[in-house]
Design a protein around this ligand. Sequence first.
Ligand SMILES: Nc1ncnc2c1ncn2[C@@H]1O[C@H](COP(=O)(O)OP(=O)(O)OP(=O)(O)O)[C@@H](O)[C@H]1O
Ligand SMILES: [Mg+2]
Length: 445
Amino acid sequence: MTKKILVCDDEANVRMFLRDLLTLEGFAVVEAESGLAAVDSASRDKPDLCILDLMLPDFNGIELLPRLKAANPMLAIIVITALGTVDNAVLSLKAGAYDFITKPFDVDTILISVKRALEFVSVSKENTALWNLHKNRMYFEDFIGECPAVQAIKALIPKLAFADVPILITGETGTGKNVLAKQIHFTLAGAESPLVYTNCSSIPATLFESELFGHEKGSYTGAVSQKKGRVEQAHGGTLLLDEITEIPYEIQAKLLDFLQERTFYRVGGVTPISVETRIIALTNKNLPEEIKAGRFRKDLYYRLNVIHFTVPPLKDRADDIQLICEYLLGLLRRKYNSPALGISGAAMGLIRAYAWPGNVRELKNVLERAFICAEGDEIGPESLILEEHDHATLKQELKDLVGEFERDVILRRLAFWKGNRTATARDLGVSIRNLQYKLERYDIR
Ligand SMILES: Nc1ncnc2c1ncn2[C@@H]1O[C@H](COP(=O)(O)OP(=O)(O)OP(=O)(O)O)[C@@H](O)[C@H]1O
Ligand SMILES: [Mg+2]
């Protein structure tokens, strides 16, 4: 996207010079000849960058800086002035300017400063977006659980702080891999550092390398400017690679190189770039099977498998079910503003007995539905709509039903033959011994 630059100077020839220079470089330029006009334009035209003269007729540029920032918080500002004193430079930088240039200036100085400032803006915009995203999510999501497997995971996390190794998280769908990954990021890298989320299944194979590692200007048709990849954007923080098995096979080798060397090349780049980015890889697939099927590289698997967390399915976390239920109910009470709503013992019994093939995600959905539909102050078993009955329960139920039916038939025939067992057995087409057995089993005298 074309970047827009606001040039604010009261001298028309300076504005003209900058406009011509910047337009030639492919930027869109808007102009202002006074401080007030600049503040106006900053909020109306939404420029990415402002080149600001410190000496304006209506304002001192240093006073203007906070007003410009207020009008457009993401605006980068480069200050220019003929009065190149250290004091002014320090003051403007303190007031939030990105750079300081003295007149007379040469073309290169201006262009270098402009490009750096714009790059800075785009990285901080991305960061803000990501930060808001994960801040919002994090607010409601703690990785809840106390069962031994989860305790072991939680105990290991802080020990990884200084370990330069990737982390692999596997487990069935809905077990909380994403929640856990975010918790790991927060614990190890801290809230201020970038968390770059990438769902590998959502990136087209042809763009994968450039998305991950970035590209240099002109490296392929369409690469109109240099671009930082996600590995680079996550510098100092975490790159979360969700659905890791969806990375195209050739790119898996490049990821492995990066994990081994800790450096990479942008597409079309010749200088190796090194970053401190922790990789957290997630999948609900069975990796050894993916390897056997030729879809996932064994060598990458070995590299990722150093620290491997397996999040157990909900049905194996009997003690956590109640805990997670209470946590989710707490969220729902707040969301629907009904602090009194609870869950009946019978409903809790059903929840404990169910197999939860969709794990915590399914539990969350079932509870939310029940919460909305519940009459009165309690969720009862009738509000719990469970998709798929556990096979074992189903079999047991079927057996019981058939048994009841059989008992009923035998009782009626026996009554018809006035308790004569031989006649009843003949009538039912079973041996007398078989009938005897069933009478005992169904407790019929
Ligand atoms: N331990 C947990 N504590 C709190 N919430 C959880 C927990 N585990 C899962 N959840 C909730 O369940 C839902 C699914 O979790 P998540 O997206 O992390 O699953 P996943 O393992 O990544 O699943 P998939 O493999 O399908 O991507 C989310 O809404 C999350 O908030
Ligand atoms: Mg997930």
